[in-house]
Design a protein around this ligand. Structure first.
Ligand code: HEM
Length: 223
């Protein structure tokens, strides 16, 4: 039954070559931990991607209950934590996953740096990687405000003041982030929109470019 359905779709869309291309792609020996223990460092990029997928999924479930306005945000997060079935687990995954993403992305970056994999012809992918790193940090900064508690409020106020110190452009960056003179209703909706629409869109485009470039250049050879 499953095979017949698959064949029916395949006859019309010819999907077999698409997944065979990925499934038959050979992994070189020097990146295979089964051949060489120290090759586990090559898993960091894939693990970062895996955590990002869980962040997207847990975030999608959180957004079913979270309310991005200053009167309800705090209570909606309390509701998720204390009332929603498994809400505390999903919130915990998203909360701890945020720190884990930053740790993993950093470890991946160290692997690329210390194996010299940023060198020609992969310089452009390093640049895309740096942009991805900033995106991951921006996810952390914008997400921190969303629970709308004292910690969130003051962390964002301090963050906005730090942004204001940038020469020349600082006051404009602060205004763009905060949306007014103090952190308030506009800041929360703005951070929410950035966190769930702008950053995921940028992340998916950059990840697509990152993976295409990896397939094109292949994984860098052994040291
Ligand atoms: C969202 C974060 C990121 C994800 C999900 C990701 C994912 C990956 C994956 C799966 C690979 C294949 C090899 C491996 O796993 O080590 C890779 C390779 C690579 N990544 Fe990333 N990456 C991210 C961020 C970065 C950052 C921050 C940098 C550097 C600033 C970077 C630079 C590179 C380079 C140059 C390669 C090619 C390495 C080689 O050919 O050996 N990536 N990335």
């Amino acid at each position: 039954m499953i095979k017949r359905t698959y064949d029916w779709i395949d006859e019309r869309l010819n999907i077999t070559p698409l997944w065979r291309d990925i499934a038959d792609h050979e992994v070189p020996a020097h990146v295979n931990p089964a051949t060489k223990m120290s090759a586990f460092v090559y898993c960091f990029g894939g693990l970062t991607f895996l955590i990002i997928v869980t962040q997207i999924l847990s975030g999608m479930f959180l957004s079913m209950y979270y309310v991005p306005d200053i009167n309800n945000a705090y209570y909606s997060v309390q509701y998720i934590t204390n009332q929603v079935l498994l809400g505390n687990v999903v919130r915990g995954m998203h909360f701890w996953g945020a720190s884990l993403t930053i740790i993993m992305v950093f470890l991946h970056m160290l692997r690329v740096f210390f194996t010299g994999a940023y060198k020609a012809p992969r310089e452009l992918n390093w640049v895309v990687g740096v942009l991805l790193f900033f995106i991951v940090l921006a996810f952390g900064f914008t997400g921190y405000l969303l629970p709308w508690d004292q910690k969130a409020y003051w962390a964002t106020s301090v963050g906005a003041q730090i942004a204001e110190q940038v020469p020349v452009l600082g006051p404009y960056i602060r205004l763009l982030l905060v949306g007014g003179s103090t952190v308030g209703a506009l800041t929360l909706t703005r951070f929410f929109a950035i966190h769930v629409f702008f950053l995921p869109a940028a992340l998916l485009v950059l990840l697509g470019a990152h993976f295409l470039m990896i397939r094109k250049a292949g994984i860098a050879g052994p040291m």
